[in-house]
Unconditional design. Structure first.
Length: 145
């Protein structure tokens, strides 16, 4: 399955959203979420309801996760991330949008075996797009009108 990492200094939402729309136009199922929202949702549910909630993130053709690892996650959250990434590794594509490069993610995942597992499953199978600049894409586009 395809992996995409968008590393940015400012906003990359326009690119991930455009890729999501293109996937929808190709009749793929797409789910967009922010990492804090995904973790909050999975933390609330237990047992069968937890499995149903997790499947929402696993069964779609493309999962777009914005605000990826902006801060260090708790050990139980790192495990939830690993479970979703592991299940998606066999089922669909993934786009992660982060303000930090992949080299900074290990520390935010807790520097342990779970961090190693997530990095191995994501980084080494991906294409990385780094967006640099002092201005947002919206400001640059206004200058072209």
């Amino acid at each position: 399955m395809s992996r995409g990492l968008l590393s940015r200094q400012l906003r990359d939402g326009e690119i991930s959203n455009a890729l999501g729309v293109a996937a929808c136009n190709a009749f793929c199922t797409v789910r967009y979420t922010r990492l804090p929202e995904l973790l909050d949702e999975l933390a609330v549910f237990k047992d069968e309801e937890w499995l149903k909630q997790r499947k929402k993130y696993i069964k779609c053709d493309l999962l777009i996760v914005d605000d990826w690892l902006l801060e260090q996650v708790k050990p139980n959250e790192a495990r939830e991330i690993m479970e979703v990434i592991e299940a998606r590794d066999r089922t669909g594509s993934l786009i992660l949008c982060s303000q930090f490069p992949p080299s900074a993610w290990h520390a935010n995942l807790g520097n342990g075996a779970i961090a190693d597992a997530v990095i191995d499953r994501v980084v080494y199978k991906s294409y990385t797009i780094h967006i640099a600049g002092e201005e947002s894409m919206r400001k640059r586009m206004r200058g072209m009108e």
